[in-house]
Structures are given as C-alpha cells and as structure tokens.
Ligand binder design. Structure first.
Ligand code: G1P
Ligand code: ZN
Length: 548
C-alpha cells in the first residue's frame, strides 16, 4: 500500500540479445544500474503488446540461487507489479529449478515466467548471471519472441517500477501484496515432486533401494540439492548421504556445476573405482541437465535418450503413449534407430530446448534430448535432470539389470553409435567465426573423409513442421556414406570469447566391437576433423579443453 508507480528514464544497453538459452552476462554487467530493469521492461512491453503479459496476468519467478538471484527477484517483482501483473508465484528463497519453474507455470496456469539462471556457468560475484522468459506452455520463449525482446531493448527509454515498495519476504510461504499485485511464495519442490510421483513407478524404485541398491547423486552445490533430498532420500528411501553437495551455494562452492566427466570428476572417479555404488548421477546449476553413470561405465547422453525411449513402456507415465522422439541436430542418431524400429516420428531440430516446444505441444514428440546432457519429455517444456535420473531408476528397477547390462543389451539390439563432443573453449571469436565461414564455403560431397566418401555437407537449417518457423546457420554437417559424421558449430551460451564444438559419431553394428573406448573408436575421424579444420594453425592448439 502507498507504493507509487513511477516511470524511470533510461537509455538502451547494447547486446541484450538472448542466446541459446536466455540472456547471459557477467554478474557485473547485470549489476549496472538499469541493466536488468531495461531487459525485463522490454520483455513486459513485448508481452503486453501481444496480450500475454501485464494487466491481469500471472507470472512465475524463480532461479537457481546463484549470486544476485534474490536482488534480481526483488527488482523483477517491483517491475511486474508496476506493469499491472495480477499475481506472481515465487519459489521460496527465490529458488526454482528450471524444470520446476516449467512445471509451476503449467500446473498453476500462469501466463509465463522469468527464470534466473546461467545454467552450468560458474556463479559468484565474478561469475555469470542470466535471465530467460518461458511462455504459458512452460517452455523457453521461441526465437520470434526473444528477437522481439532484443529489438525492444534497443529502443527502450523508460521502465515502470514501484517507488517505496517493501522488500518481499521470500523466506516464508504465503501471500502478500506488492502494489496492486499479489505475491505468493511457494514451496519450490512440492509441485515438481508430485509431478514426478505421477510419472514413475515410485514403489518399484522404493523396493530397489529397500533391497540395498546404492546410489550417489552429486547436486554440485546447485539448485537440485533440495529436490534430490526430498525425492530420492525422503520419498524413495535412498540412504541418507545419497545426495552429495546438496546445499545450494551462491557460487556453487567455487565449482563449475556442469554434470560431465570433466566438471563432475569426483563422481566420475567414484563410479570408476572399486567402491562405486550401483548408480551415479549429477545435475547442473539450474537442474535441467543430467549425467548418468553405472558402476564402471559412463552413459553417453545420446545413448541415454535412446535407452529411455526403447524402455519407455516400462515407465507408467509413458506406457503405450509414445508418439515420437526429437533430438538436436548434433545429438547422435542412436535414438533414430529406436524410432525407426517402433514406427515413431523422429525429429532433428537445431540446438536448444526451445525448438522442441512445438513438437511436444502438438503431441509429435513424447521424449526428446540433446547430447549436452539434456533429456526430457512432454511432462514439462524444459529438459529435466532429476526426471532423467528417475527414469533410469525406473528402468533399472523394472529390468532388474545393471546400467552396464542395459546399455550392452541396447547396443546388441540396435547397434552402437560411438559418439564424442570435443570443445575448444575460450578461443578467439573472430578466428572461430572465420573458421565457420571457411567451412561454409567448402563443398566436400564426393571427397574422401578419413576413408569414406562424404555424401552430405551443409550448414543445417530447419523448418519447424508444426508452425513453419525457420532457423538457419545452425551448424556445419559433414556426413559420410557409412553414416559417420562430423558436426561443427559455435556455442551460443558462452559469455567470454568463443567456444568451438566438434561432434563426432560413427555407427558400429557388430556386437563384438561394442566394448571399445569412444575416443579410440573415433580416432580416425578425430584426426581427420582436426586436419580439415586446421585447428593447430588457426588457434595454436588442437587439444580440446573438454571431451565428452
Ligand atoms: C549448450 C548446449 C545445448 C543446450 C544449451 C543450453 O548450448 O550445446 O545443447 O541446449 O547449452 O543448456 P551451446 O553453448 O552449444 O549453444
Ligand atoms: Zn542448465
């Protein structure tokens, strides 16, 4: 009460352009006066014009708990109230994992949500911050919308906020008023945990743990700690201590909360050791990514998607209702083989979860995934780390087999797609762009590439089969007659320099050849790729900074 709506004069900031997954910048950039306000007002202006935001509408707000999360939420709430929003749901302490935010938007029939996260990028005062808008269906705003936000941010001259508004108490569940808007602080875990209960054979998983099945879940001091403790330890009866690094910290304990073999090394080492539990998993900063490991074995995310699709009938929430699958272009084609056998639709989309939305909405994809440790389904409109972990637990319980057995059986049925991604982080942005331009100018069709002829060489472009929208320049593809493939693209999520990503894959039908190390199985392709791209000459080194 007594809060006054004020219009603050501002000037546009350059570069408020959302990338693969929202606007990501250094915390220090976001801390500049008016920076966050400008972007949020730009989002609201576009939404108001489209009748999707502002007066009478309902907004969900939450983030991964990284440094600046709480301050950002207070700023957003004041802008939302001043722009006429009727109600805002906020996760307690400002926390909502990305999949939980999607779940809350859908479950509570909100008009959209603002999620504060820079995913797996390091946090803390000198780390990264990020913000993205999700639409009423629960998924990331499609490109037409993010482009409109950016365009608006370039001409913005004022934003609307509340003067003299109190700081909202985010620590306690319940209702309060902020200007004309109602703020409801909610338990960040409850809605999400009930959705998981409704999808999986929780009793089957409970009896697995009762029978002594052991697991280690590394929450990497990021957002999934409270979710994993509630679901794995409390609801499913996993032993206390199953969840490690379970307390979310503003700087993620100084770590890099990306669940892969490099950044979740402790877990990977444990799983390869004599004291490995039966199952290992990790999730990232905002809870949408997952890494799956068995005792002595790493499950490649592309294989993980294929295995879950092949076993979907064992999961109550998916039994008998699989219509299709979708994967991002650079993801291996292991899942395509499952779809072909089952007669499902199979879609190849550009990198980024936002491209799955229309397919999920239209019921043309039930499961989808990306090689970048992203797996999910139509239960929300984001990839979902804990969902993938629960799906694996459900399959393990139903098949009564080890992760290793499940994987080798899968390969025996469908063949194995050897796959690896090589990242070159922090390379010179100009040189990286020049490399992509160079690759675009080549036509390798008919030429030899590491021992077989190239049959396809293009820069991937996509026409959405549901709404007809298009995306071009999505990555260079070099595909051989035997199906082996090299994909090259630049990251759209980094905040410093450029990251060059090379994706390599080769199909191996012979079960006698399924036990190789992926790097060895791909060695010829890797050599050929480095030579074709002249990595050493261009960047001074051809050794990747991260290999998955
Ligand atoms: C990366 C991944 C991509 C994922 C995105 C957001 O994007 O490659 O699959 O959707 O993070 O988690 P990139 O940096 O490659 O643009
Ligand atoms: Zn993430």
């Amino acid at each position: 009460m007594g809060n006054r709506i004020v219009e603050v004069t501002t000037t546009a900031f350059e570069g408020q352009k959302p990338g693969t997954s929202g606007l990501r910048k250094k915390v220090t950039v976001f801390q500049q006066p008016h920076y966050l306000e400008n972007f949020v007002q730009s989002v609201f202006d576009v939404l108001v014009d489209r009748g999707e935001g502002g007066p009478g509408k309902v907004l969900v707000v939450g983030g991964d708990g990284r440094f600046f999360n709480r301050e950002a939420i207070q700023i957003i709430l004041r802008l939302a109230a001043a722009n006429g929003y009727a109600k805002a749901f906020v996760g307690r302490d400002g926390i909502l994992s990305t999949p939980a935010a999607s779940c809350v938007i859908r479950g509570r029939k909100a008009d959209g949500g603002l999620i504060l996260s820079a995913s797996h990028n390091p946090g803390g005062p000198r780390g990264d911050f990020g913000i993205k808008y999700n639409i009423a269906a629960g998924g990331p705003a499609p490109e037409a919308l993010t482009n409109a936000f950016h365009a608006r941010s370039e001409t913005i001259a004022r934003y609307r906020t509340l003067e003299g508004a109190p700081v909202v108490d985010l620590g306690r569940d319940g209702l309060s008023a902020l200007g004309g808007m109602t703020v409801e602080v909610i338990d960040p875990v409850a809605d999400y945990a009930s959705l998981m209960d409704s999808l999986f054979d929780m009793e089957g998983i409970r009896s697995l743990f009762r029978d002594g099945f052991t697991m280690s879940f590394d929450a990497m001091h990021a957002v999934t700690g409270p979710y994993a403790r509630e679901i794995l330890e409390r609801r499913l009866g996993a032993a206390p201590g199953t969840v490690v690094n379970g307390v979310p910290l503003e700087d993620f304990g100084g770590g890099h909360p990306d669940p892969n073999l490099t950044y979740a090394k402790d877990l990977a080492d444990l799983m390869m050791s004599d004291s490995a539990p039966d199952f290992g998993a990790a999730s990232d900063g905002d809870g949408d990514r997952n890494m799956i490991l068995g005792r002595g074995i790493f499950v490649n995310p592309s294989d993980s998607l294929a295995v879950l699709a092949a076993n979907a009938d064992l999961i109550p929430g998916y039994r008998g209702r699989m219509t299709g699958v979708a994967r991002s272009m650079p993801t291996s084609r292991a899942v395509d083989r499952v779809a072909a056998k089952r007669g499902w639709e199979c879609h190849e989309t550009p990198t980024g979860w936002k491209f799955f939305g229309t397919l999920l909405d239209a019921g043309r994809a039930t499961l989808c995934g990306e090689e970048s440790f992203g797996t999910g389904s139509d239960h929300v409109r984001e990839k979902d780390g804990l969902w993938a972990v629960l799906a694996w637990l459900n399959v393990i319980a139903a098949r009564a087999q080890t992760v290793e057995r499940i994987l080798f059986d899968h390969w025996a049925n469908y063949g194995r797609t050897y796959y690896s991604r090589h990242d070159h982080e922090g390379v010179d942005a100009g040189k990286a762009a020049a490399l992509i331009d160079h690759l675009r100018s080549l036509d390798l069709v008919g030429m030899d590439f590491a021992g077989a002829a190239v049959v396809l060489n293009d820069d991937f472009s996509y026409v959405d089969p549901v709404d007809g929208s298009t995306a071009s320049g999505q990555g260079i593809r070099i595909e051989r007659e035997d199906g082996a493939r090299l994909v090259v693209r630049l990251s759209g999520t980094g905040t410093e320099g450029a990251t060059l990503r090379l994706y390599l894959e080769r199909y191996e039908p012979d079960p006698a050849m399924h036990g190789q190390d992926a790097q060895e199985a791909l060695a010829d392709l890797i050599r050929a790729a480095r030579d074709l791209l002249s990595l050493k000459e261009r960047f001074g080194s051809e050794t990747p900074t991260v290999i998955t």
